[in-house]
Design a protein around this ligand. Structure first.
Ligand SMILES: *Cc1c(COP(=O)(O)O)cnc(C)c1O
Length: 362
């Protein structure tokens, strides 16, 4: 497949070529059934195997112990902003959040709509979200039900490189850094991540939950909004997004068998990000505003000296078949998203293009 455009979009985004090739074959005939992957019943042995094998692979890749459950949900990262407070707290109860920007704020707003007693116990808002608050300063209210953080801030380009140590359950939105690094999830009570950034396509959200988090779920929740429903039915209570789960399953095989696990995935991701950050730091045209120790490995934001030059940069990038470099509509600027599916070679080509553009415009 020659002539593929380089894709640095913030999501949905690039998938490995080997995954796309396998999809192409299995669209018509999956596992010698004579039926395409999209046409199989969610009750078929094949789909049930894909679901259970994906759960096993996620547990194995992260080294999760038997306390953890893994389920596949719908509704994107955004529905979890609602389901988290619904399942882990009741009206009027305390829930703590850290505000590191756009998505973290959205999670806070949903807990407020549900009339929880929400406290933002740390924030980087006053710094325009260019850093992660110092973890030593993070103190929860003692009787809070959980502390919610967003581990990678897709829009602002910051990452929690270390988790805060708190005596209450930690809940994390990992939508944009899930499976990008070898990260010990065991201190967390609950992790959620949609698939369309690092692990596949839109339509499925992965939820990892520690068993003890299920003990206090209110009994009056609507059935599909209760985590226990999905655990009890092995992610097959109602028709799951089979095709999206299938792509995640292929991505998990790619990470395990082609990349060689999360340590290797992380190594590549660090190499990609370092290449781009080093170039930006050495350049006099591009700049990245993020505090050094809070820099994201996934979303690298940068600006040029003027809005006009930025527009020209984006225009020329697209003419050179490089797409997805515009910053989020809420903040402007530029952003390159280097998720798992973006190859080192593609980042090298991006840096070459940026270098050439700088030479021509300085
Ligand atoms: C993209 C993103 C979301 C939004 O997820 P949807 O699946 O579009 O609802 C939530 N959280 C983070 C960290 C994101 O990057």
């Amino acid at each position: 497949m020659p002539n593929r455009t380089l894709n640095f979009s913030a999501g949905p985004t690039a998938l490995p070529l080997s995954v796309l090739k396998r999809v192409r074959a299995e669209l018509y005939n999956f596992n010698k059934t004579g039926v395409g992957i999209m046409e199989l019943s969610h009750r078929s042995d094949d789909i049930q195997f894909i679901i259970s094998d994906s759960v096993e692979r996620i547990k194995r890749l992260f080294g999760l112990d038997e306390r953890f459950e893994v389920v596949f949900l719908q509704g994107g990262g955004s529905l979890q902003f609602t389901m988290i407070p619904m399942n882990f707290s009741r009206k009027g109860e305390k829930v703590d959040y850290v505000d590191t920007g756009y998505w973290a704020r959205k999670a806070i707003e949903e807990a407020e709509i549900l009339e929880r007693d929400v406290a933002v116990i740390a924030s980087s808002k006053d710094n325009n979200y260019i850093n992660i608050p110092n973890i030593k300063d993070i103190k929860c209210r003692p009787d809070t039900k959980y502390l919610h953080i967003c581990t990678n801030n897709t829009i602002f380009g910051t990452l929690w490189h270390e988790l805060p140590k708190v005596p209450v359950p930690l809940v994390a939105d990992m939508s944009s850094d899930f499976m990008s690094r070898a990260f010990d999830l065991c201190p967390l009570g609950c992790i959620y991540a949609h698939a369309q950034k690092n692990l596949g396509i839109a339509g499925v959200t992965i939820l990892i939950i520690r068993g003890d988090m299920l003990n206090n779920i209110p009994d009056n929740l609507p059935t599909v909004l209760d985590y226990r429903t999905h655990i009890k039915h092995n992610s097959n209570y109602h028709t799951p997004p089979c095709f999206a789960i299938y792509i995640t399953w292929l991505m998990l095989q790619w990470i395990e068998e082609e990349i060689g696990g999360l340590k290797e995935m992380e190594k590549t991701n660090i190499e990609k990000a370092t290449l781009l950050y080093d170039f930006i730091d050495s350049s006099s045209l591009y700049s990245n505003p993020i505090e050094q120790k809070s820099r994201s490995l996934m979303n690298i934001v940068f600006s040029l000296s003027s809005k006009q030059l930025e527009n020209k940069f984006l225009y020329e990038a697209s003419h050179n078949r490089i797409m997805g470099l515009a910053g989020h509509r809420s903040v402007g600027g530029c952003r390159a998203s280097l998720y798992n599916g973006a190859k080192l070679k593609a980042v090298k080509q991006l840096v070459d293009f940026m270098y050439k553009f700088e030479k021509e415009h300085h």
